[in-house]
Write a protein that binds this ligand. Sequence first.
Ligand SMILES: C[S@@+](CC[C@H](N)C(=O)[O-])C[C@H]1O[C@@H](n2cnc3c(N)ncnc32)[C@H](O)[C@@H]1O
Length: 287
Amino acid sequence: MEAFFYNECFPRSNRYDAQWIAKNQMGPNALWLAEWLMEKFELSPGMRVLDMGCGRAISSIFLAKEYDVKVFAADLWIAAGDNWVRVQEANLENRVFPIHAEAHALPFAEGFFDAIVSFDSYSYYGTDDLYLSYIIRFLKPGGKIGIVVPGLQSELTGSPPEHLLKAQSNGKVFWEPDCYTFHSAQWWRRHWEKSGSVKMELADTMVDGWRHWARHEYAMEASGYGIFPSDEETLLEDAGQNLALVRVIGQRIVSEDSARTLRGPDPHVWEPAFMNVCARLMSSRGK
Ligand SMILES: C[S@@+](CC[C@H](N)C(=O)[O-])C[C@H]1O[C@@H](n2cnc3c(N)ncnc32)[C@H](O)[C@@H]1O
């Protein structure tokens, strides 16, 4: 089992129990994605970090252990109680705090986090043009947000190529409609830049990301813990022509010029409190 998940490019991840990794995996290796983000993302001991869409919280446990940070492990599909069991087993009760949360209704104080990270999750909600300006409010000014998502080498110009749409020998078709949330590093750069919420630090693709992704698919299948049929065949056929792992890092803007992007007097349009702004506007119109 250890051999399946061993990857010379991710030495920190290699130190974790392979069965634990396999049992708790929900995407293309949360530990590898976290380790790759951390090549360009800085966390200092004691920082408060939001791990958005943490799934089974293995990336949260990894970050708490490796960087001595306090991680708020927020997720929708996995109950906080399930993650709490894993946190207790890892003896991290004072450093990882599981929370059941929906990405558009986060139960945190504004400016609470020193950093926000997300692995194989942000594309479920973050392609919306309104999202970055929402989540960024929970980050202290000057704090950084970093994500890693499955994505594309470059944007599709028409339909996905045939090899992504055809059934593999195990019957699984890689490309589902949800895959239209896959985007290139350039797309993410523009998406975040135009929000006016962050100063872009980085948007790139993992070198040989498709190989690592395929290797992970193989490892999951071989471990017997895979929850979905393997996508290895398509990834190998694609060979990085289209599919990629994309990393994006930005810093919450603090300059005077960009004061409009910091929290103004009004809540975000998604916050229930925005109804008070609406009521104020409506009543002033009536005068
Ligand atoms: C593919 S899983 C990845 C989980 C984990 N980060 C990992 O890499 O193993 C995507 C995660 O995103 C979370 N997610 C998707 N939509 C969400 C939403 N609207 N609010 C909060 N979490 C969401 C799901 O709960 C799920 O655990």
